[in-house]
Design a protein around this ligand. Structure first.
Ligand code: AP5
Length: 224
């Protein structure tokens, strides 16, 4: 099964992806994580994209499509996986068209799109309070899901920090970029891929339950 998790920054895509991937044997592919790993490794790619991430703008379609091509082809070769779960991609109409071409080339398809529809106030509160482990990438929230010891990951003991782009002025820019460049691509899939809108303002467990219900329902993940 191949899924796209769609929604504004802070709507809970990464949180839900972690819950869904094991159950459905999916590879969670987050373009944001891939880019942040490149920045942390100080690779050539990382140096090219670091300032773009910090500003809240989008990395170029060429770079993103190159990364995604490798990631999707790797899943195709892994017999232990049943598919992929895309998080943060596609994010522009150009990326959606590039994904169409890659799917045609590999004989694959998107089985369902799940849209986490969260309000601006909710995502601003979530992103301002988000903290992430620098080692195992576990996501916390200072109010909703705090670490037991301040700044230390419960799972691996790694350092837990605030993401560079989770500062107030950058959060606002990311939300504006989402409305201008990302939300419009839902029209690209209209009538072609089953698209399920879930209330992303609900508590984490309720959102997971709703996604599971959609994925188990006959019409929920049938591509047209
Ligand atoms: P990316 O890493 O993709 O960030 P994003 O889309 O802005 O999404 P986030 O990771 O911020 O939020 P999320 O929806 O995963 O929420 P989370 O589960 O963490 O992209 C970062 C940057 O990389 C971009 O700005 C761009 O520069 C670049 N980039 C990435 N992809 C690109 C692409 N395709 N093209 C071009 N550039 C690209 O949850 C957030 C917080 O809320 C957490 O603290 C969590 O614990 C909490 N939470 C989650 N769900 C709930 C809930 N239901 N109730 C209460 N709290 C909750």
């Amino acid at each position: 099964m191949n899924l796209v998790l769609f929604g504004p920054p802070g709507s809970g895509k990464g949180t839900q992806a972690e819950r869904l991937r094991n159950k459905w044997k999916l590879r969670h592919i987050s373009t944001g994580d891939l880019l942040r790993e490149a920045v942390a490794a100080k690779s050539e790619l990382g140096q090219r994209v670091e300032s773009v991430l910090a500003s809240g703008q989008l990395v170029s379609d060429d770079i993103i499509l190159g990364l995604m091509r490798d990631a999707i082809l790797a899943v195709k070769k892994d017999a232990t996986l049943s598919g992929w779960l895309l998080d943060g991609f596609p994010r522009t109409v150009g990326q959606a068209k590039g994904l169409d071409a890659l799917l045609a080339e590999t004989g694959s398809r998107i089985d369902a799109i799940v849209v986490l529809d969260a309000t601006r106030d909710a995502v601003i509160e979530r992103l301002s309070g988000r903290r992430t482990c620098t080692q195992c990438k576990t996501v916390y929230h200072v109010k909703y899901n705090p670490t037991r010891v301040d700044g230390v990951c419960d799972k691996c003991g790694g350092k837990v920090v605030q993401r560079e782009d989770d500062r107030p002025e950058t959060i606002a820019r990311r939300l504006d970029v989402y409305e201008a460049q990302t939300r419009p691509i839902l029209a690209h899939y209209e009538g072609r891929v089953a698209t399920n809108v879930i209330d992303g303002d609900l508590p984490v467990d309720d959102v997971t339950a709703k996604i599971e219900r959609v994925l188990h329902s006959p019409g929920g993940r049938t591509a047209a």
